[in-house]
Design a protein around this ligand. Sequence first.
Ligand code: SAH
Length: 217
Amino acid sequence: MESDLTHARAARMVDRLGPLPAAVAEVMRRVPRERFVPDGFRDVAYEDTPIPLPFGDATISAPHMVALQLEWAELAPGHRVLEIGAGFGYLAALIAELVGPTGAVCAIEIEPALTREAARRLAASASGRAVRLRNSDGRAGWPDAGPFDRIIVSCAVGDVPWVWFHSLTADGLLVAPLGDALGQRLARWKNSRVGGSWEYGVSCRFVPLRTVLPSDI
Ligand code: SAH
């Protein structure tokens, strides 16, 4: 069980982020970010700032960016969701809360040490335990677990792999930072009967989707 202080700090973080969709605000109050950051960063877990992950150059996104990813994904109970780039698992835990027991969350992380950390941290929370986590290259997607109502990408992509589009349901949404290390926009692809379309939002800065596997280095 979380302490009252933890709840108060998470609630203050959400209040400072400004108006959010009610369901997003509610899960960000409920899931303690401090459980999904490296131990040395627990005291800044409720600041609106990115926090470095201990392997590679990726970060745990700032809470306002996480809120935006969730808002753009328009998650609802029952959705099947794929996340690419799970890090320590914070976003996956929030997604699991939003889709509830009738939904499903599959999350892929390429870095083995991060996958192990995410597994350990997700296992400690009731909804997190439902997340299926896999250590693999997200570029290949997770076709046999699809189709997905939503795909949320937590690293920057220049070209969206075709398999991601193919794993989306007919009215599915894909939310991804489009661009490279120099500049990105948060974007979303909306499937429709006549094809689909992109919508572009704020500029952002995610670590690029890795195309070199740990075993290649
Ligand atoms: N969503 C995370 C933050 C992720 S940072 C959180 O809530 O904490 C981006 C992550 O994408 C990093 O952990 C990085 O290792 C991972 N990543 C980069 N390239 C990848 C790839 N090709 N496949 C899967 N994960 C990848």
